[in-house]
Design a protein around this ligand. Structure first.
Ligand code: NAD
Length: 441
């Protein structure tokens, strides 16, 4: 990767945030948007795209920032800031999660929206990329407050969303209940029920069997493919999983079901470790009862950051972005990193891991199972015809394997990392769509 700063693409409404920086800038100043832009710059260079196309691909099509006032349970008022960014919709409606986290900011949402564009193109679902978020800590609010926040935010971004425009789904801090409130708010406002406005809905409202665990299932599927590729027998291998939410918990469970010894898992409160392997089913019961992995009798507590450096075969970061950095990448002992989270590895860390011959299965491939089954949910809802869970899981595995083969093949023939190959394949598909559609007017 070069260490240059490429010129700012024009056309953004936030010129200060646009320059595509790489390793020349001190890493403290870099965030997920810098990583996303550096990855795009690599693909643009490799594919020989011109600067006009680079600008178009680097710049979100639409961004909306909204105030979300909340009437709190005690009668006082609080105000939160929310965003919805549609990065690209050349291949279909925009698609992407909704995040509730105190760390949400516009640049993070822009990065996540760009990654969604590449992810949808890579696994060939007919969507562009979007992302939304509210800077709020859901743990500090009652269910009633979260419902009011969700409904007010949905009503503020109403002009942008819809089954043919932009379809939100759960992400950090949100779940199927959040999607039910969004669907209801949208439907009440348009005057009829519109199940296709969100995915990741409860089953009884038109959700798909297999959606809740789809991201995790895809993560476990490519993790096993990566282990075999590296000559490891999954049943004789070990893993650590960072994050024990919607992605990490079922990811750990499915890996354990494949015979992988789960040595450690963590959540925002800390980590638990057991050298002989954790009993993941018992840990899930413990987390359901207590809300955290801490205090689990079947393992000893370790520092959350130490989990990333444990001597395991496979590391699955499935929490937040920017956790494997140039400060700890040298100490990552795993030989395979499967990115359950979006953007867990910074650009600088990625280069270090590559140098050390660690196989990194990039987020846009590894965690694409969620959007694949969201697409299945949308297809089923449009046809009002529902598939069995086995059918969903089978079709998911087929698509994940196809994407894995394509990325591995491209990486091998071009001497690239899996991330570089995945980004190039995806950017080429989005570019082709732009070229075929032409430029209006
Ligand atoms: P979630 O809110 O359900 O779970 C997040 C988990 O990470 C929680 O266990 C939380 O305690 C933990 N966590 C937060 N900060 C942490 C830290 N610093 N160290 C250790 N653990 C920490 O969210 P999720 O839906 O599981 O999403 C996790 C990641 O996967 C995000 O990057 C998200 O964008 C990505 N992702 C999610 C989906 C999906 O379908 N939910 C799909 C694709 C990608």
């Amino acid at each position: 990767m070069s260490t240059t700063t490429t010129p700012a693409p024009t056309g953004s409404n936030d010129a200060a945030a646009v320059p595509t920086t790489t390793a020349a800038t001190p890493s403290a100043a870099l965030g997920p948007l810098d990583d996303a832009r550096a990855q795009l710059a690599f693909a643009v260079d490799h594919l020989g795209l011109d600067s006009g196309m680079h600008q178009l691909l680097a710049t979100p099509r639409r961004e909306l920032t909204v105030s979300v006032p909340l009437r709190r349970d005690d009668g006082s008022t609080a105000l939160f800031i929310g965003h919805r960014v549609q990065h690209n919709f050349s291949r279909g409606p925009a698609k992407g999660g909704l995040r509730f986290s105190p760390n949400v900011d516009l640049d993070e949402v822009r990065a996540l929206a760009m990654w969604m564009t590449w992810k949808c193109a890579l696994v060939d679902v007919p969507y562009g990329g979007a992302k939304g978020g509210i800077a709020i800590d859901p743990r500090q609010h009652s269910l009633a407050e979260l419902e009011r926040v969700t409904r007010r935010y949905t009503s503020e971004i109403m002009p942008l969303i819809g089954p043919e425009q932009d379809i939100p789904a759960p992400d950090i801090g949100t779940d199927e209940r959040t999607m039910a409130w969004m669907m209801d708010t949208y439907s009440v406002n348009v005057g009829h029920t519109v199940p296709g406005v969100v995915t990741g809905k409860p089953l009884s409202l038109g959700g798909s069997l297999g959606r809740a665990s789809a991201t995790s299932r895809g993560v476990a599927h490519v993790a096993v493919l990566a282990m075999r590729h590296r000559g490891l027998d999954p049943a004789a291998s070990t893993a650590a999983v960072q994050g024990f939410g919607k992605v990490g918990r079922d990811g750990a469970r499915l890996l354990a079901e494949a015979g992988v010894g789960i040595r450690a898992v963590s959540d925002v409160y800390g980590a638990v470790h057991r050298a002989e392997g954790l009993d993941v089913a018992a840990l899930i019961e413990h987390v359901d009862a207590t809300g955290s992995v801490l205090g689990f009798a079947g393992g000893e507590e370790i520092d959350g950051a130490a989990l990333l450096e444990l001597d395991v075969d496979t590391l699955v970061p499935a929490a937040v972005e920017g956790v494997i950095t140039e400060a700890n990448a040298e100490r990552v002992a795993a030989r395979i990193v499967v990115e359950g989270a979006n953007g867990p590895t910074t650009e600088a860390a990625d280069a270090i891991l590559r140098e050390r011959d660690v196989l990194v299965v990039p987020d846009i491939l590894a965690n694409a199972g969620g959007v694949i089954v969201s697409y299945f949910e949308w297809v089923q809802a449009n046809q009002a015809y529902w598939w069995s869970e086995d059918e969903v899981n089978e079709k998911l595995a087929e698509r994940m394997t196809k994407a894995w083969d394509a990325v591995l093949g491209y990486a091998t023939s071009n001497g690239q990392s899996m991330r570089e190959a995945a980004t190039c394949l995806a950017v080429a598909r989005v570019t082709e769509a732009h070229k075929l559609r032409g430029l209006y007017p």
